[in-house]
Design a binder for this molecule. Structure first.
Ligand code: 4AD
Ligand code: MG
Length: 430
């Protein structure tokens, strides 16, 4: 019976054949332990010299790390293994050898690992992070599909820049100028007017010269947009959605969280509702904490965000930022000129902002004025303004950065490990 490691539990006591690679190996004169991986999981294969053909034991002894093989053996329950099973190997058929695999079980430096990202992905820890990333994506679709949202795909080549023009990747679009999308939001607003509640999931690009544990040049964003939703309605969706993905990972990725040594008690706390603090109060809080480098009107740096997040055991919304700090499209506060109806969601444990969102301006004249104030080319935003010309309604939306969310939930230090092939400042390889 040909199967995969993930499925062996169905065949306890039976012989199965698995296509696999050698992740690691130990052997003595009488027994060899093969750490096998096949992408679906990891399992130990035990080869006992006097229970198999001499050729099989020789193959087990000489096989090298990352060689590929078909291995046949009996599935046994193994209480000591976190996975629960092992394979009593009977036959080995080497498919392809592997000489001097660069990533050995010893420690390697980060740059070396990043240069070998195409191989590094095979390691147990990276495998676990990718599985958690996949679970977050799966749970995202489940959450939004269960709650009446329609998936809409905004374009990647665009002529507009929702988040300001300084961080755009420019390209020629035949005779015209185009940019790689930094956010699908403006298109999602148009889609919400057609479909009510929509969400997107796609790559976004920021030519940010930032070299921090939170910044990628290319990252994936989930962007829901909801017609007739005001700011507070949107915050409810955000906390419910984030709590849902955390719970999904806790329920469905126990093995992976174990491999990563994640402190899951911290994740079990993450239930809706999440605390909220206004920007005004956050500034006061930081001053009280002894931060002398921040005044009302300044944006928060990561030490500020971390200090605020540390006083909560859940993600925290910082609401109502100064108008001047935020993009042109945000709805003004109903009773204050100087702040907008927005919130950033700050993850615990120093992972920083995972969501940026707001209510959008739905008044045609005000939006037009903002586009002018921000010196945006009116021709590129004509279609966007038209969404306010014909039956404009209050609406809100947000963007969740997938890699920051994966890094937080997995507990990996840096976003470069939360995407298969990170694009970083100075890194386009591999
Ligand atoms: O706060 P941002 O810039 O918001 C927007 O783009 C809105 N248009 C979203 C919307 O309302 N539809 O980005 C949203 C999130 C951030 O909170 C962060 O998680 C992530 O995207 N993000 C990044 N992640 C990795 N690397 C970067 N350079 C990122 N920039 C933003
Ligand atoms: Mg933001």
């Amino acid at each position: 019976m040909k199967t995969t490691i993930a499925e062996v539990g169905k065949y306890v006591g039976q012989d199965v054949t698995i296509g696999a690679w050698i992740a690691n190996k130990r052997s003595s004169g009488k027994i060899a332990f093969l750490q096998l991986r096949d992408g679906t999981g990891f399992i130990q294969g035990v080869v006992v010299k006097n229970e198999v053909d001499e050729k099989v034991f020789e193959a087990a002894k000489s096989i090298t790390q990352e060689s590929s093989l078909y291995v046949t053996g009996e599935v046994r329950v193994d209480e000591r293994s976190p996975f629960g099973y092992e394979l009593g190997v009977k036959e080995i058929k080497v498919i392809s050898g592997s000489v001097d695999y660069p990533i050995t079980p010893k420690e390697h430096g980060t740059e070396f690992l990043m240069d070998h990202r195409h191989l590094w992905l095979r390691s147990k820890k990276q495998h676990a992070v990718m599985k958690i990333r996949n679970e977050i994506i799966r749970a995202t679709y489940e959450y939004f599909n269960n709650n009446g949202f329609v998936k809409v795909d905004p374009p990647i080549l665009t002529g507009s820049a929702p988040e300001g023009t300084t961080e755009l990747f420019h390209t020629k679009y035949f005779e015209e100028d185009a940019y790689l999308s930094q956010s699908g939001q403006l298109y999602m607003e148009a889609a919400a007017m057609a479909l009510g509640k929509v969400f997107s999931f796609g790559p976004t690009f920021r030519a940010e010269k930032s070299k921090t544990r939170r910044h990628l040049i290319e990252f994936w964003m989930i962007e829901p947009e909801m017609a007739f939703y005001e700011h507070e309605d949107s915050l409810k969706v955000q906390e419910e959605y984030v709590a849902f993905i955390v719970k999904s990972v806790l329920d469905n990725c126990k093995l992976e969280l174990g491999v990563l040594g994640r402190d899951t008690s911290k994740l079990e706390n993450i239930t809706a509702p999440f605390p909220r603090i206004s920007y005004d109060d956050a500034i006061q809080f930081l001053k009280d904490q002894g931060f002398t480098d921040i005044e009302w009107g300044d944006d928060f740096g990561s030490p500020h965000e971390t200090a605020i997040a540390e006083s909560y055991d859940k993600p925290v919304f910082i609401t109502n930022y100064p108008t001047a700090l935020k993009p042109f499209y945000m709805q003004p506060h109903p009773t204050r000129e100087d702040v907008v109806l927005c919130a950033d969601l700050i993850a615990p444990e120093g992972y920083g902002e995972i969501i940026g969102g707001s209510e959008r301006i739905h008044d045609y004249e005000l939006l037009k004025q903002r586009i002018q104030e921000h010196d945006l080319p009116e021709s590129a935003y004509k279609w966007y303004l038209e969404t306010r010309e014909f039956g404009s309604v209050p609406h809100s939306g947000f963007g969740l950065g997938l890699e920051r969310t994966v890094a937080w939930i997995s507990g990996v230090e840096h976003v470069r490990e939360s995407i298969p092939f990170p694009r970083l400042l100075n890194r386009l390889y591999p």
